[in-house]
Design a protein around this ligand. Structure first.
Ligand code: GTR
Length: 382
């Protein structure tokens, strides 16, 4: 017993020590090292610089948005098997590209007869492409339940934009939009998915029945990294939701806990830009950390979800990112997290502009997570 208490005490000291040691860049400091004191100043002096750093050193630069070819895009309604309360639409969105045409298939599910425009959840799907049609529905995208709660939801499979393969950027949007040779800050696959979610917004925000001021982009794990980057880049995103996005998603890199920059760049060399590899094993040299990615979304809503058994994604680091994004939200006159005590597994913090929950269990996107996202959205939007 004594040994166990001594061990626990040591572990506590070690972890507290770790957090005191964590030297994070101030999300409110400008290029001259001066701390800005108003939201206007932050927007002018800090936000563009921070965004530029993430573009040039982490995710890479995405091309300008092409104008959607409305005349040839199509929206084809189809029966939702066994469900009369919701409608399903196969959307084919077309965009001109320098080397051809980008076609994106998206499946949209909406509540029938909602009576007014409803918010939209766009899921960046990094799982099976048949999630839109499986029967019974998969928890990863519980479309009918989402629609019955009064939300529309669309699913975008990542391969519609860029296959998740390390093959020299020869396919997907790279084949259509890139000019050779690739540069150290050329976009990687995560940026491509984020950009793809923005194209879905192009296609759906103007639809009767969708409230364009209430668009959420959701992603799990690698999809969660993309959802956050989409929220940072595209100010039409009213709520960016990261489910267990971990390294180079919501988790702080400088904690060096779970997956690290060197490990992710080695395993997935195509996810980020070439410049990011400079920080392999050198997280201390990163002039930014991921709390500033969350800060880029302010004052819009951001949501971070962790799973207690998902050490690879560093739940504590995901939570601390929310804590340290707080100053940006407060500068805009609202609360970041409702409070800064990490909830026990099963708990959530839904009172501020940054939402958080931690689910018991392991790495996955489940119905429990979706219900928490919707509870948070209900509180902000209904
Ligand atoms: C892991 C990867 C994580 C996370 C995860 C996933 O292998 O190391 O960064 O993205 O895959 O997407 O499920």
């Amino acid at each position: 017993m004594q040994t166990r208490s001594a061990f626990l005490l040591l572990a506590m000291i070690a972890s507290c020590h770790g957090e005191e040691d964590l030297k994070l860049p101030d999300p409110l400091t400008d290029a001259q090292g001066k701390r800005v004191t108003s939201a206007e100043e932050w927007k002018k002096e800090v936000r563009p610089r921070t965004l530029e750093f993430f573009r040039s050193q982490v995710y890479g630069r995405s091309p300008a948005a092409p104008a959607m070819d409305k005349a040839s895009s199509s929206f084809t309604p189809r029966e939702m098997p066994g469900d009369s309360k919701v409608t399903m639409t196969d959307c084919l969105l077309k965009f001109p590209a320098p080397k051809g045409e980008l076609q994106i298939k998206v499946c949209l599910v909406e509540p029938k007869a909602a009576g007014k425009p409803v918010p939209l959840f766009i899921l960046i799907n990094n799982r099976s492409p048949d999630l839109a049609t499986v029967d019974p529905p998969n928890e990863f995208w519980p479309a009918a339940e989402i629609a019955k709660r009064g939300y529309a939801t669309a699913i975008l499979h990542v391969a519609e934009i860029d296959p998740d393969k390390n093959e020299g950027f020869k396919d997907g949007v790279h084949a259509l939009f890139d000019s050779a040779p690739r540069q150290p800050d050329s976009w990687g696959t995560i940026a491509a998915w984020a950009w793809g979610a923005s194209r879905v917004i192009d296609g759906l925000a103007g639809r009767a029945g969708i409230d364009p001021a209430k668009i959420a982009v959701v992603g799990h794990s690698r999809g969660g990294k993309a959802a956050l980057w989409c929220g940072a880049e595209d100010e039409r995103v009213a709520l960016a939701i990261s489910n267990e996005s971990g390294c180079t998603g919501a988790a702080l890199s400088k904690r060096i806990s779970g997956e690290t920059v060197a490990v992710i760049n080695k395993a997935f060399p195509h996810w980020f830009c070439e410049n990011y590899k400079r920080y392999d094993g050198k997280e201390q040299d990163l002039p930014v950390d991921q709390h500033q990615l969350l800060g880029l979304i302010a004052p819009r809503l951001v949501y971070v979800a962790s799973a207690a058994g998902d050490d690879w994604a560093d739940p504590r680091g995901e939570f601390l990112s929310c804590v340290h994004a707080g100053p940006v939200y407060r500068l805009h006159g609202g609360a970041g997290l409702e409070n800064e005590t990490m909830p026990e597994p099963g708990g959530h913090l839904h009172g501020g502009r940054i939402g958080y929950h931690i689910r018991p269990g392991t790495h996955n996107l489940t119905l429990v997570d979706w219900r928490e996202f919707m509870k948070f959205a209900d509180g902000k939007w209904k």
